[in-house]
Design a protein around this ligand. Structure first.
Ligand SMILES: O=C(O)C(=O)C[C@H](O)C(=O)CO
Ligand SMILES: [Zn+2]
Length: 277
């Protein structure tokens, strides 16, 4: 597993572009026939990408977790982000996923495998996992059943729809909160005005982008902002002390996931634009 350690905001003030990217950007999560994981020491969130082709792919604790199986002390959300139809089997029970559907699998499930219906058009799965203390039931939430919240405006170029999957009023979990935000065409900004939530870290996966499109992802303490250039299907680890906002050269979709102290989506400290530096 790719390991990312926590770093102090004091040190980040002096980071070069390369150092910022080494600490916070996950460049290649999606490889055919593999599951790739990145382990962040911020709240021990693990993010991953999987593209099963002919063979199924199995969630495996590897040497990093030092547990018998991946979900021995963890919970996971698996979101289908593109490609053909796929399936996730949990202890032999099969769940069908199409684009934007989310499956939550609780602590203690020993056997989790990922499958594509067609190896010529494989499914692309994003995985996000946090530590867990008890089992919550496995639950599939197809996008058609997820509740949309519309935010922003054309005037602010941030007309977008948020679908919450795993949260206090949705799929129940120990600490994982997960959702997806879609920007309307001609709308490029997410999460501006920006916010921090020192109680929770967050990870963003940007996708649905053309190969030549980029998102300028803004991070850092509100009075010391930095940015990183993000390509399609790349992820950002956002420390609890950092803003997480972006503007694209075109519209895009992103999956946000949080873990940490509280389980309150609305717990955000907004920063007026005039105060950003
Ligand atoms: O579009 C947005 O705004 C978001 O999706 C923001 C994230 O949900 C977030 O940062 C939650 O803390
Ligand atoms: Zn946030």
């Amino acid at each position: 597993m790719d390991i990312r350690y926590e770093v102090s905001p004091k040190d980040v003030k002096r980071y070069t572009t390369e150092e910022l990217r080494e600490s916070f950007l996950v460049e290649s999560l999606f490889k055919e026939g593999e599951i790739s994981f990145t382990y962040s020491h911020y709240d021990r969130l693990v993010i991953g990408g999987a593209i099963p082709t002919k063979e199924e792919l199995t969630l495996d604790a590897g040497d990093t977790l030092r547990t018998e199986h991946f979900l021995e002390r963890r919970e996971i959300a698996i979101i289908h982000i593109g490609g053909g139809k796929g399936k996730v089997k949990v202890n032999g029970e099969s769940y069908k996923l199409e684009k934007r559907d989310c499956l939550y699998v609780g602590k203690g499930n020993e056997q989790v495998t990922l499958h594509s219906d067609s190896s010529a058009d494989p499914a692309r799965f994003y995985l996000v996992s946090a530590t867990a203390h008890k089992n919550y039931p496995t639950r599939l939430l197809p996008i058609a059943e997820a509740e949309p919240t519309h935010l922003g405006s054309d005037a602010e170029s941030n007309n977008r729809t948020i679908y919450k999957y795993v949260h206090e009023d949705g799929i129940q979990s120990c600490q994982l909160m997960v959702g997806m935000t879609l920007l309307e065409p001609n709308n490029m900004w997410n999460t501006m005005p920006a916010h921090v939530h020192d109680r929770r870290m967050e990870a963003y996966l940007y996708f649905d982008m053309e190969p030549a499109s980029r998102v300028f992802h803004f991070m850092g303490q509100p009075n010391e902002t930095r940015h990183m250039l993000i390509e399609n299907e790349q992820a950002v680890i956002s420390p609890p002390w950092s803003i997480h906002s972006g503007v694209g050269t075109s519209n895009y979709t992103f999956i946000w996931a949080m873990a940490g102290e509280n389980y309150t989506f609305k717990d955000m400290d907004f920063v007026p634009v005039e105060e950003l530096k």
